[in-house]
Design a protein around this ligand. Structure first.
Ligand code: NAD
Ligand code: FES
Length: 294
């Protein structure tokens, strides 16, 4: 069992949990994710790690209530425990493989959309701890949905924008990014984490601006282990699995339209049956261990 040490409401339907998970906290890096089960028979929910503390043996996750399973999760209270926390899974952010000198040479902008703000945090913190203060754009529908402003404001140059203009700049993250570039900012790398539609439009913009862009394809994951086939996506001319090969990919090569269509189809039993008929079984060896359907 994995005890909940603290639970905090960040905004309507968004909660932050600090969970005791010694092994995960010892090995995890920014960009990786966990599979969390609330009870023994609960659905497995893939969640990107939002923070970790190796000394305190904790990991932090941020959960948005979006259905039955996430509701069960967010019903847990301080003192309760998650049944299972598996990880770290997926590949760490490529930033973690670079030296502080290499990182210092880059001008990096993060684009964080809504609840996608949480998984941006460990990467920004990683950079800050290595002497690099990057730019971060946080976008939310309105003031009440802006999360983690206090945590970000001391470790980066923070730009907040709201769709309705109720806080910070007015407009979506793409407008804020375009405005910053027009105001004279130059970037060597953009990292966008948020809803699929946001990442798609950030990539259209950064292609135009010639800024290499990394995206996190966590939203299309289902079981998070390479077994279900749900997170299959096309990156350039290659087939990848978000949970095994990612979750981060070159956003300019990701076929977002195909991934979003697949995400919709996968939601229904009929859709899953259709994919199974079209692709054989949905498992395509994404785990890298079993050779697919053999
Ligand atoms: P949201 O719908 O409130 O959008 C957040 C921001 O994204 C908006 O304020 C806007 O600035 C930007 N945005 C949205 N649509 C856009 C468009 N068409 N063009 C440009 N910018 C646009 O976000 P939310 O409800 O908090 O997000 C929930 C989604 O985030 C879920 O679908 C979840 O899967 C996803 N998510 C993704 C990751 C990841 O790793 N990529 C992590 C956590 C959550
Ligand atoms: Fe199931 Fe990746 S989430 S194969």
């Amino acid at each position: 069992m994995y005890p909940v040490l603290s639970k905090e409401k960040l905004s309507e339907n968004i909660y932050r949990f600090v969970v005791e998970a010694e092994n995960v906290s010892r090995h995890c890096l920014p960009g990786q994710f966990l599979i969390v089960k609330t009870f023994e028979n609960s659905e497995r929910i893939p969640l990107t790690i939002c923070d970790y503390d190796r000394e305190k043996k904790t990991v932090t996750i941020v959960v948005q209530t979006a259905g039955f399973s996430t509701q069960l999760m967010t019903d847990l209270k301080e003192g309760d425990a998650f049944y299972d926390v598996v990880g770290p899974l997926g590949k760490p952010s490529e930033l973690t493989g670079q030296t502080p000198e290499e990182l210092a040479e880059k001008k990096i902008v993060f684009v964080a959309g809504g609840v996608g703000t949480a998984p941006v945090y460990p990467q920004v913190k990683w950079l800050y701890e290595r002497g690099v203060k990057c730019d971060v754009i946080i976008g939310a529908k309105n003031k009440d949905l802006v999360i983690m402003e206090d945590e970000f404001k001391d470790i980066c140059n923070l730009y907040i924008t709201t769709d309705d203009g109720s806080y910070g700049r007015n407009g979506m993250v793409t407008k804020a990014l375009e405005d910053l570039v027009q105001e004279g900012k130059q970037y060597d790398l953009c990292i966008a984490i948020g809803p699929m539609i946001m990442m798609k439009f950030v990539c259209i913009l950064t292609k135009k601006l010639s800024i290499p862009t990394i995206v996190s394809m966590n939203p299309i994951m289902v079981d998070g282990t390479g077994m279900c086939g749900a997170c299959r996506l096309t990156v350039g001319d290659e087939v990848k699995f978000a949970c095994v090969d990612g979750p981060e990919f070159d956003g300019h090569l990701v076929n977002f339209d195909e991934a979003m269509k697949r995400q919709q189809i996968y939601k229904t039993e009929e859709g899953r049956a259709m994919l199974a008929a079209k692709e054989g079984k949905t498992h395509h060896g994404g785990c890298g261990n079993c050779g697919g359907e053999e």
